[in-house]
Design a protein. Structure first.
Length: 346
C-alpha cells in the first residue's frame, strides 16, 4: 500500500471480518511496521493468527464500545481503519440499541481515542444503507458519518483527519447473499429471493480496499468518499449463480425481509451537487457552514443540482452473462467451482 509511509503502524477495528482480513494482507504486502487487529472474537483471531503467520500483526481482544479498549489499541498508531460494526439489517431491526452502541457510540470512541493518541488519520467504513435510511443499521451508519463530520467541525485544528468511505454490497462478505445462493444450489434447492426486481450494487473486497486507500491518500476531515459501482437485480444474480453451477434457474420468492429497501442509494442529488468526481470515486466534502445561517441566506451561491440520486436502480446494470463473469473473479466462487469440477474453475 504505497500511500502509507514506511514503517507506519495501522489499527484495524473489526479486523477479523471480511474487509479486515483483506486489508491486513494488503498492508503486509507493503512495508508496514505493524498491523493491530482489534476485535471481540478471540477464536477468529486465533484462526487468523495461524493463517497469516506474520509477526508484524498484533491481536487485541476488545470492543469498540469500550473506550479504554480502543485507547490502548490505538496508542502509538499512525492510521486507523474502522471496520467494526453490526451489519445485519434484520438483527439491527430487532435490536436497534445494539446498533446504536456499536455503530454510533463505538465509532465515537474510535474517533475520540484517535484524537487523544494523535493518530494521523481515521477512515470509517460506511454503507449505501446510510443514505435515505429506512432501517436501524442504515440510521446508525448515517449517524456514524455525522460523528465524523462533527469532529471535523468542532476540531478544525486537529492533527487527526477523520473521513468516511461509503460503498454498496461487498460480494461474498459476511452475510452477503451470494454464499447463501451457492449453499442452496449445492443442496439442490432453489435460491430464495426477496423480490427478483430488487436491485443492489456489486463490489469486490479488493474494490472496497482500494476505496479506503483512495480516501487515505486524499481525505480532508469530514470528507465522504464513494465508490461508483454497477448494479444488478437480485433475480439476475440468482440466475447467474444457477448458470455457474449448471442447475435450472428456478427461484423461490419469499418477500422483503425486515428493513429492506427495493433499491439502494450511494449518493443523494444534494451530495452530488458539491461532489468532486475522480472517475471511479466521488469525494463529497462536508457542509462547512456554522450555526450562523444568515451569511448563507444573504450571500449563498446556487449550483445546478443533478436531476437524480445515484441509486442501484439507475446505476449501470449488469446482465446475467456479465454477472457470471464477475462471479468467476471471486476466489471463493472459484474454490466452490473447483470442488464441483476443476475444469469449471478455470
Amino acid at each position: 500500500m504505497t500511500a502509507l509511509p514506511a514503517g507506519g503502524r495501522v489499527l484495524i477495528t473489526g479486523g477479523t471480518g471480511s474487509f479486515g482480513r483483506t486489508m491486513v494482507r494488503r498492508l503486509l504486502d507493503g512495508d508496514v511496521a505493524e498491523v493491530r487487529v482489534l476485535s471481540r472474537d478471540e477464536a477468529k483471531q486465533d484462526t487468523m493468527r495461524r493463517e497469516i503467520g506474520d509477526d508484524r500483526v498484533r491481536y487485541h481482544v476488545g470492543d469498540v464500545r469500550d473506550l479504554r479498549s480502543v485507547l490502548l489499541a490505538s496508542r502509538g498508531v499512525d492510521h486507523v481503519f474502522h471496520a467494526a460494526a453490526l451489519k445485519q439489517v434484520p438483527s439491527c431491526e430487532f435490536f436497534p440499541l445494539e446498533a446504536v452502541r456499536t455503530n454510533i457510540l463505538g465509532s465515537a470512541n474510535v474517533v475520540e481515542a484517535a484524537e487523544a493518541n494523535e493518530v494521523s488519520s481515521v477512515v470509517l467504513l460506511s454503507t449505501d444503507k446510510a443514505v435515505c435510511p429506512v432501517n436501524a443499521m442504515g440510521l446508525s451508519k448515517a449517524l456514524m458519518e455525522k460523528v465524523a463530520q462533527a469532529h471535523a467541525r468542532n476540531h478544525p485544528d486537529s492533527r487527526t483527519v477523520v473521513s468516511c468511505v461509503r460503498y454498496g454490497n461487498v460480494m461474498y462478505s459476511r452475510g452477503s447473499v451470494i454464499p447463501l445462493f451457492i449453499e442452496q444450489v449445492k443442496a439442490g434447492r432453489a435460491p430464495t429471493v426477496t423480490d427478483p426486481a430488487m436491485t443492489r450494487f456489486l463490489m469486490s473486497l479488493d474494490d472496497s480496499v482500494e476505496l479506503v486507500e483512495h480516501a487515505f491518500q486524499r481525505a480532508r476531515s469530514g470528507d465522504v468518499f464513494i465508490r461508483k459501482a454497477p448494479a444488478c437485480t437480485i433475480g439476475d444474480l440468482a440466475e447467474a449463480v444457477c448458470q455457474l453451477f449448471e442447475v435450472p434457474a428456478k427461484l423461490e420468492v419469499i418477500g422483503l425481509r425486515h428493513g429492506e429497501k427495493q433499491h439502494e442509494t450511494l449518493a443523494t442529488r444534494e451530495e452530488l451537487t458539491r461532489a468532486e468526481d475522480f472517475g471511479d470515486f466521488f469525494r463529497v466534502p462536508m457542509d462547512t457552514r456554522d450555526l450562523n445561517y444568515a451569511l448563507y441566506v444573504s450571500e449563498g451561491k446556487l449550483r445546478e443540482a443533478p436531476v437524480a440520486d445515484f441509486t442501484s436502480a439507475n446505476a449501470p446494470r449488469l446482465a446475467v452473462p456479465e454477472i457470471v463473469e464477475l462471479l468467476k473473479t471471486l476466489p471463493e466462487v472459484r474454490a466452490e467451482l473447483a470442488l464441483r469440477d476443476p475444469v469449471l474453475a478455470c
